[in-house]
Design a protein around this ligand. Sequence first.
Ligand code: MG
Length: 366
Amino acid sequence: MSSSTVHETRLATFAVRCGNSAGREHIEPGHAHRNPYQRDRERILHSSSFRRLQGKTQVFTGDLGDYHRTRLTHTLEVASIARTIGRVLRLNEDLIEALALFHDLGHPPFGHAGEQALDEILAEGFCHNRFALRIARELEQPYPHYPGMNLSFEVIQGQLWRADKQSPSPHLECQAVDVADSIAYNAHDLDDALKVGIVSLEEASRVSLVCDALESMRQRYGDLTKEQACVGLFRQLVDSQVTDVLTYTESALRDCQQIPFSKLDPTKHRIGASPDFEQQQLDLQQFLYQRVYSGPSMSRARQAARAKIQELFIAYDADPMLLPDRFLRRLDHAGRDIGISDYIAGMTDRYCLQQYALVCSPGSRN
Ligand code: MG
């Protein structure tokens, strides 16, 4: 029995089965030891775009210390949470891991500031989920005979759904990753904001999800110092969110154990939190939005990053010969704006600043 067959014997009927994969854009023979989604995972893991996630801002930039998450550690936390959800619900964990490692591959430097800068420049706007698809299909070039990583259709479909969530989701595995993404950033953005000192524990405890988490910790450990409470809060917030999602989703899927995904009712049979809990999550997100993401200290840093990226774009547009050869060659068929934007969006924060100093600083090119 192959390793993928062993893996599949425990899957729920509504899980994606490796043997039913729709394949890849460029046909390839199967692999002796790895199923299609294990191969996808490793193609993503070994890509230069994945490595660059370590130098990309999640929320807090590098000049705010070294405690907080980067886009890479966020991605790994999402993968860990999504795999837990997938294992309990008996979904395809290999597909979930590939989807999770892929989900933020298209984020530009400087987090949402970078996204906003490119969005304002491009006539059709900038969507990091769609940029991830251009990375997968065209920009990464590990193979000599065709462009792209040649990922399975199930990973591509999952990412297409992320770009347009009004469309029906192609499988439950991408829903598991989407839910895990929210769980991770709800918990770690608050954890990072507490550590950086942008919000206090007293302020955060006015949010019901946080208040409930602190109360659960008190019941378990007794009275805690403020420092102990801050350290433990992240774990408790992840645990309470995952527990609610699993309890609610297991109940929603209880009578579906013999039903394939195509026969599920997408309005009822989906992965998600209970309605009350979902409202509590939204309240926490609203708090983070007001106090962290759009607070005054973050706004200043974001405006500076946004201005630099826009200046860099203008400089490349004025003189495309500044682009590396392979990006210069893409301008004709990708379109000038998209071609320049793709080059900038692929940069790490530090490389973007280096290029800005090289290209935009007064006298830099004399
Ligand atoms: Mg994410």
